[in-house]
Design a protein around this ligand. Sequence first.
Ligand code: FAD
Ligand code: NAI
Length: 476
Amino acid sequence: MTNKAFDVVVVGGGPGGYIAAIRAAQLGLSAACIDDWKSGAGGPALGGTCTNIGCIPSKALLQSSENFEQAGHHFADHGIDVGALKLDLKKLLARKDAIVKQNNDGIAYLFKKNKVAFFHGTGSFVKAVDGGYEIAVAGAASETLTARHVVVATGSSPRQLPGAAFDEDRIVSNDGALRIPAVPKTLGVVGSGVIGLEMGSVWRRLGAEVTILEALPSLLPMADEAVAKEALRAFGRQGLKLQFGVRIGEVKATKKGVSVAYTDAKGAAATLEVERLIVSIGRVPHTAGLNPAAVGLKLDERGAVVVDDECRTNLAGVWAIGDVVRGPMLAHKAEEEGVAVAERIAGQHGHVDFNTIPWVIYTSPEIAWVGQTEAQAKAAGRAVRTGQFPFKANGRARALGDTTGFVKFVADAASDEILGVHVIGPLASELIAEAVVAMSFKASSEDIARICHAHPSLSEATREAALAVDKRTLNL
Ligand code: FAD
Ligand code: NAI
């Protein structure tokens, strides 16, 4: 047992935690990160949910399955005949695992480069000590660390359906959903949120018949209504079966698969029989193993660490960031909080602008937005002007063969300040960056309308949507 002292100890090596540790080290603080994720071989696998069973592997599978779909259904439009397609699922999954490993190793390299000390194991509060906290690490080796500042970045875990525990075989969370060993003929998904849509899309493209059961009456209520409507049409065309307003009853793993009893929107009893079931009904903050009670760290009724706008907890010198605190459960939100907290610890004025955090759903079409929806802006008492431009009138989208969707601007009617931008269509994930920059600089829609955009590019649709706010599109 050793006792090591640091300026900053970060508990959790996901995108929030590892970035906080690196930024702290860059600022000249002695920094350590404790993370307990284990690779298949039992060694460390830095990067948390995002790298191991979240953002990175899901995007790898989305890309592979999209390629499969393109080759099977759309290459012919380009005059390319690939003959009979064959799927090597084992290789497809192995590619995903290799990408995850590259990212794990990349973070370990970054820790070395920035002189962040890494401890593989579970970190738990022991007690407050003079000028800081004592943290025990339980892993391959036991350690005790002391820290002037502790950053809690312990992330989140998937929420289970009552009475239907994840077995990661028949009833799977996002973890099992990333490694189903054979394409199921039928796949059920409970929850039409971000994971349901992304993972449902992956397995549909690979050949499964996918049925998604959603409790709410409509798709993506947090997105702009026009985007949600367009998405519903697009997913319907692709063959994703979506049912809304359902109440899930008994869920049973059977010999053949899973049986899900539910009542539909009209109150009629129904049963869905599927080979596998993905349950994606949201995630819950994760503090198991942290022992917050040892130091009196305050949690709310959801189990999230209570923080103020600057990620300060109820304890001096203890901060919390990412999925374990309030706000959207997004990797880039966690990262931003990690950077800001490290800067505050170093005496700087770290800042996160919660109004300009983009959302992206990596389905096809992709969906991305930043800022307020039209309905939110109106509900907040703003008079707004909106402008919309469809990709079907964009030359690059036609050349790509992907003309679904549009860009929509929501701007203040009086000042023309951009309040929100909503994109559904090709590479929405990349297009949204321009809107984030614009909103961060408090731009008006006219600012975007007056900027030269390369031709032919999808970004011209952004400019045209900005022009549409003033009802003066040039290409529609
Ligand atoms: P995490 O990434 O959960 O990391 C927490 C880490 O802390 C883990 O390694 C955990 O093992 C460790 N830990 C926990 N307790 C302890 C302890 N006591 N001691 C030591 N270690 C501990 N977000 C996006 O922005 N874009 C996406 O495309 C995206 N895709 C996603 C896809 C899926 C399938 C899922 C599930 C999530 C996705 N997310 C995405 C969300 C994103 O993964 C999370 O918002 C992000 O990982 C949160 O980062 P974090 O650092 O707060 O926590
Ligand atoms: P989610 O909150 O996005 O969606 C959960 C859905 O399940 C909601 O539509 C909800 O109404 C529904 N639901 C809840 N209980 C239900 C029940 N009993 N029966 C039927 N439906 C029910 O949560 P999800 O998809 O699990 O993802 C968790 C989080 O992970 C996301 O909110 C997001 O923060 C993050 N994530 C981000 C991604 C991205 O940025 N591209 C990708 C995947 C996940």
